[in-house]
Write a new protein. Structure first.
Length: 65
């Protein structure tokens, strides 16, 4: 799974949060990996989504077939 970085940044802005505040829920190395466009596990996407208060499908890039 890949994080949709634009949507991630928009949700951060909407919630008035910083990436630093997400450290309580997810390691910064995992977050950096996701933001670089690398594949991450569903668990990582779930943690990011939970920290933002959104559903996981709202922050992932759709699979291209």
């Amino acid at each position: 799974m890949k994080l949709d970085v634009l949507k991630f940044e928009l949700f951060l802005a909407k919630r008035g949060k910083t990436q630093k505040e997400l450290e309580k829920n997810i390691s910064m190395s995992s977050l950096r990996k996701a933001k670089r466009g690398n594949d991450v596990t569903p668990k990582t996407i779930g943690k990011i989504a939970a920290a933002l208060g959104v559903e996981p499908e709202e922050i992932i890039k759709p699979a291209v077939s």
